[in-house]
Ligand binder design. Sequence first.
Ligand code: SAM
Length: 174
Amino acid sequence: MMPEIYVLRLGHRRNRDKRVTTHCALVARAFLAKKMYYSGEKDENLEIKIKGVNERFGGDFSIEYVNGWREIIENFQGKKVHLTMYGIPILEEIEKIKSFDKILVIVGSTKVPKEIYFLSDFNIAITNQPHSEIAALAVFLDKVFDGKELNAEFSNAKIKILPSKAGKRVVKLV
Ligand SMILES: C[S@@+](CC[C@H](N)C(=O)[O-])C[C@H]1O[C@@H](n2cnc3c(N)ncnc32)[C@H](O)[C@@H]1O
């Protein structure tokens, strides 16, 4: 059984983070997370963009703004995994993490409040080097799903890409 994965993106800033948060959501969706919550500033454009991708490329991924991160973390019925370069290397904990049914993956933007480290069940590093929430999320999801997400088909898609060695091939399904 593959765990159900939810993502919480902390501290979105409409202007500074619009591309990074959009890319977190696109990675979450493409790599088979169910949903991404985001805190910080509410951003209609971000939500519209992700809904548009869903409508065209299918699947049932959703995005939801949350007013504060504490409530969602404290009320989440599953294990909470905070991705941080200060954490325990992923390969040391991945087998345990994969055994849970439901996981909330937390990624930061600017400075992550200290409490997040203590509210989380795991603080996990994707290398102990500084890089990016987008990369950390992608690697984490790939490890949890053992690469199975790479061949996933999305239901209710209006368009589908046909893999090709060169050029772009896209078919309309409806
Ligand atoms: C650009 S970093 C900034 C973190 C911030 N300076 C801090 O110290 O809290 C944004 C997010 O990327 C993720 N991240 C960056 N490097 C990581 C790593 N090596 N392992 C896991 N997550 C990482 C974390 O979720 C982090 O909160």
